[in-house]
Design a protein around this ligand. Structure first.
Ligand SMILES: [Zn+2]
Length: 300
């Protein structure tokens, strides 16, 4: 299906009728006609849902270049969270950002908790053994880490590159927004991306967040040393392993798709004071608005 030089976008949609789940998958090249390559009719039961999950996940996972993840958004055409360079215009700012406008599997999303597929997702295996090195200020407060932290998803290793924060949350759960969200960005050796999202609600203070935001530079484009132990980094992941999973994109330009999104169900807490500190560092909302789910399904 791949056409030379033209990005191919896998997509799918489904509807249920009687006890059957009708699943349509197609791939199309941007700017070219849509061509269906698969139509399936499946009984609507849990075993099939499990198979479906794998098919959907394989269908929606493309290769996102590491270069686009780690540099284009930082060093490319200027973008912001408001005005004429804000989220509504990202797709027009540069041809490199076209996916922000054309993508059908964009993030973040509002997770429809009453319409997700229960497929008994396997626990995410966390193996965090390396420390953090720096914290920086820019579009977000970002903590960079040494190599040596990884998760295993679909039997594949995804190495933690950095984690960063958005306020208010980008992800919504049944319409609910949270005051803060952390994204742990992992990349596999083949350049595929898996993001662990952790939501924070107001409550007891989180010592780690306090430490990170206390050390973070107040000025953009500066980084300062910050050493967090592997144990400290791991403490920012909820102890309960339940999560939602869906295919999505980077939530900042170039909005590349093919990202495995793993949203932890259990929120952590942060104090009002810590949230205020974050707002001093990033004195404007840094959340992309939620994007349509389109043909995607959310699994749990
Ligand atoms: Zn993010």
């Amino acid at each position: 299906m791949r056409t030379t030089g033209i990005p191919v976008v896998p997509a799918s949609f489904h509807f249920a009728f009687s006890d059957k789940l009708f699943v349509f998958r197609h791939s199309f090249s941007l700017g070219y006609s849509v061509k269906f390559d698969k139509i399936k009719i499946l009984p609507r039961n849990k075993i099939i849902k499990r198979k479906l999950m794998l098919k959907f996940l394989k269908a929606g996972v493309g290769i996102v270049s590491l270069v686009s993840l780690l540099s284009a958004g930082e060093n490319g055409v200027h973008w912001s969270y408001s005005g004429k360079s804000g989220p509504a215009y990202w797709g027009n700012l540069s041809s490199d950002y076209a996916m922000c406008r054309l993508g059908r599997n964009q993030s973040p999303v509002d997770i429809p908790v009453y319409d997700v597929y229960d497929v008994d997702l396997p626990p995410i295996v966390f193996s965090y053994h390396a420390k953090s090195t720096h914290v920086s200020n820019g579009h977000s407060i970002k903590v960079t880490v040494d190599p040596g932290n990884f998760i295993v998803v679909d039997g594949e290793k995804f190495k933690l590159r950095q984690f960063h924060f958005h306020s208010p949350s980008e992800t919504r759960i049944a319409g609910r927004s949270f005051p803060l969200e952390a994204h742990f960005v992992h990349v596999s050796d083949s350049g595929e991306i898996a993001v662990i999202a952790v939501l924070f609600e107001k409550g007891a203070s989180n010592r780690l967040l306090e430490k990170i935001f206390h050390r973070a530079p107040a000025v953009a484009n500066i980084e300062t040393p910050l050493v967090l132990s592997p144990k400290e980094i791991k403490s920012l992941i909820p102890s309960k392993n339940g999560y939602f999973r869906f295919n999505g994109s980077l939530t900042t330009p170039p909005c590349s798709e093919g990202v495995r999104w793993l949203v932890m169900k259990q929120p952590l807490t942060l104090s009002k004071k810590t949230l205020e500190r974050f707002k001093e560092l990033i004195p404007h909302p840094n959340n992309r608005p939620v994007q349509p789910l389109n043909a995607r399904v959310v699994l749990e």
